[in-house]
Design a binder for this molecule. Structure first.
Ligand code: SF4
Ligand code: SF4
Length: 56
């Protein structure tokens, strides 16, 4: 299990600073999660203004 950032991401960067394992980085237009590193904590979803990170 890992969270995935959906296309609704507005690249605000808020989630990247909250991730305890630092697996979120700026991608091409949206932020991206390195799935193998994600521990499924949900912190990114908690701070996102547009609800872009979703559990897969
Ligand atoms: Fe990072 Fe947790 Fe979000 Fe996974 S669910 S990307 S570990 S903040
Ligand atoms: Fe994108 Fe939400 Fe992360 Fe901001 S907090 S970069 S909108 S996923």
């Amino acid at each position: 299990m890992a969270y995935v950032i959906k296309d609704s991401c507005i690249s605000c960067g808020a989630c990247a600073g909250e991730c305890p394992v630092s697996c979120i980085s700026e991608g091409d237009g949206i932020y991206v999660i390195d799935a193998p590193s994600c521990i499924d904590c949900g912190s990114c979803a908690g701070v996102c203004p547009v609800d872009a990170p979703q559990p897969e």
